[in-house]
Design a protein around this ligand. Structure first.
Ligand SMILES: [Zn+2]
Ligand SMILES: [Zn+2]
Ligand SMILES: [Zn+2]
Length: 291
């Protein structure tokens, strides 16, 4: 319409006399919206049962209920806070108690957890990630369903989220032979921390003292005591802590890691942090296992 006024010399008011290119333009401008309206009308028949998303969901519907029942089940589970969600808005991956979903701009892939097989097919190493300057590993996981109507789809995630995904899934994730999954930095540090503490001298508790539950996690008994062993008592930056054993090795490792600069993992093992209870500074050589 605007072009009729803007280029009045081309006689766009009477399509029969307009140049051929403009006739084609007019044809497209009318047919494309018409086609999409027809498609939407076709989808909307029978309460939207012909919509592609409804047809995807209908694959999982029980014979006596429609796709709406599946949709409301997904809605309920999606609202729970314990769902696993990751990925950019254009390729969001969501795992709930019963469903594995990938939401892209034009498609929603849905599979039921009980009949999927997940296989790690590829891992890609990137030296820098946009939000921290640590190396990241991106995993591609193929989700194949035993349901014949469901097409297999790929989900991608950071290897540090892999542990969280495994927790949410009921079935194990298979790994292609040549793919090595790296742990998150935190898990890696906890392992290193534990192996360093193992070689420190052990601390034996007085026989009248009983070990309490770790006050960090309340799951296990306290298993470490801070004893200044790195240097002579009056020398250096470390201080003697007089607290009784109150923490387990994992919680102490997490505390140690939480006081570090996430951008400089190379400095973590050599640093000193305050005791979580009395604030006396200690280094990794001062963490002793309780015997
Ligand atoms: Zn603990
Ligand atoms: Zn202390
Ligand atoms: Zn020390």
């Amino acid at each position: 319409m605007g072009m009729c006024f803007a280029a009045s010399e081309k006689q766009l008011y009477s399509p029969g006399q307009a140049p051929e290119a403009w006739q084609l333009f007019l044809l497209l401008a009318v047919t494309l919206p018409l086609l999409s309206c027809t498609l939407i009308y076709y989808w909307s028949w029978d309460r939207w049962t012909r919509h592609p998303l409804a047809q995807t969901l209908a694959l999982y519907a029980l014979p006596q209920s429609g796709w709406q029942a599946v949709a409301s089940s997904i809605n309920t589970e999606f609202r729970r806070i314990d769902k696993f969600a990751t990925g950019a808005p254009g390729a969001r991956v969501i795992v709930t108690d019963t469903w594995v979903m990938k939401v892209t701009t034009y498609r929603v892939h849905v599979a039921q957890q009980q009949d999927v097989h997940l296989t790690v097919t590829e891992s890609r190493q990137h030296d820098l990630s946009p939000d921290s300057n640590l190396p990241v590993q991106l995993l591609t996981i193929r989700v194949a369903s035993t349901n014949p109507g469901t097409q297999p789809f790929d989900i991608r995630l950071n290897s540090s989220e892999y542990g969280e995904l495994c927790e949410k899934l009921h079935a194990p994730i298979r790994s292609a032979a040549n793919v090595v999954i790296r742990q998150s930095l935190g898990d890696l540090f906890l392992e290193t921390f534990a192996s360093h503490v193992e070689v420190n001298p052990a601390y034996s508790v007085p026989s009248n003292q009983e070990l309490e539950a770790c006050i960090g996690c309340m799951q296990t008994r306290a298993s470490v005591k801070l004893v200044k062993t790195c240097q002579e008592p009056a020398v250096g930056e470390c201080q003697q802590c007089y607290c009784r054993p109150m923490w387990c090795l994992t919680c102490m490792g997490k505390w140690f890691a939480s006081r570090q600069d996430p951008q400089r993992p190379d400095t973590w093992l050599a640093s000193r942090v305050p005791c979580p209870t009395c604030r006396a500074r200690f280094c990794i050589l001062d963490v002793c296992c309780v015997r």
